[in-house]
Design a protein around this ligand. Structure first.
Ligand code: PMP
Length: 294
């Protein structure tokens, strides 16, 4: 027996060092596939149903027939976590088009590949939650809706990777991508919110923002707290002149934004509404009712 983490591949478990798929898999050759990133907190998989639903929506959009039912997929995730006796893990669920030949035709791939990794994620960027992060607008636009649309959580993340490279090269923490019209879309793996005069604004999912599950939680919290949440196009100017801004996402959870393209947002410190929502968000993730027990 090995102490190595066990990775699920197509119904079998393999130690992490031997968890391999073919170089002929179209997920590798063409980015042809879909995925989800999911968190488990204290034995409960946060919003697992919502993540599985989104995975199947992405798969449907690329005409990829996942060979498991949603119930079977849920069980496979839970089983992988149990097998690894994981606590507070990060789950990566991947379904690729599967093994094919060197042509891109998906008909050459008779069986999708399913991979479930349960590991930890190391994104604790120092004291980012307390002091906020720096950002910049990237030259890379989100994938347009009439191409590899941002709505599909596909294995093709080069768009986000390019934006991240730009942020790294400029020494800022994270990039913000614009959508085709020049309005703000989202971060490289996060949704974005701004606060102005006591109201909260976020871009619509129709133009450039992924339908984020964390963003949905924040929207619900706004409703409960009686804070107006307005879904509308946001210009770069609106972020420059916002009182507060923050990112949401499974990996990052909620993180304040303190600077964009060298302009300080508000007074440069996490604002009161951001802090209030972060406190409430923590309660949501700690509530076992908001997920699936392992
Ligand atoms: N936008 C993009 C491009 C993402 O990859 C993610 C991460 N899934 C998000 C937003 C945030 O979505 P969620 O809150 O569901 O993790």
């Amino acid at each position: 027996m090995t102490n190595e983490l066990q990775v699920y591949i197509d119904g079998e478990f393999y130690p992490k060092s031997q968890a391999k798929i073919s170089v002929y898999d179209h997920g590798f050759l063409y980015g042809d596939g879909v995925f989800e990133g999911i968190r488990e907190y204290n034995g409960v998989v946060f919003k697992l149903k919502e993540h599985i639903d989104r995975l199947y929506r992405s798969a449907h959009a690329i005409m990829l027939q996942i060979p498991l039912t949603k119930e079977e997929m849920t069980k496979a995730v839970v089983e992988t976590l149990r097998k690894n006796k994981m606590k507070d893990s990060y789950i990566r669920l991947i379904v690729s088009r599967g093994l094919g030949d060197l042509g891109l035709d998906p008909r050459k791939c008779p069986k999708p590949t399913i991979v479930i990794i349960t590991d930890t994620i190391n994104i604790k960027a120092g004291n980012a939650k307390e002091v906020g992060i720096t950002t910049m607008f990237s030259w890379v636009r989100r994938n347009p809706v009439d191409a590899t649309t941002h709505e599909i959580k596909s294995l093709n993340y080069l768009n986000s990777v390019l934006a991240k490279i730009e942020a790294n090269a400029n020494g800022v923490d994270e990039a913000i991508c614009l959508e085709a019209s020049g309005c703000i879309a989202e971060g490289v793996g996060e949704n974005i919110f701004i606060v102005k005069s006591g109201e909260i604004f976020t871009p619509p999912t129709s133009t450039g923002a992924l339908a984020g599950i964390t963003a949905d939680v924040v929207a619900e919290l706004c409703g409960k707290l009686g804070i107006d949440l307005i879904i509308t196009n946001l210009t770069p100017f609106m972020l420059f002149t916002a009182d507060e801004a923050f990112f949401t996402g499974t990996a990052m959870e909620m993180v304040p934004i303190r600077e964009v393209n060298k302009r300080t947002i508000g007074d440069g410190k996490p604002g009161p509404l951001t802090k209030k929502l972060m406190t409430e968000f923590q309660k949501v993730i700690e509530n076992p009712k908001n997920g699936t027990k392992i």
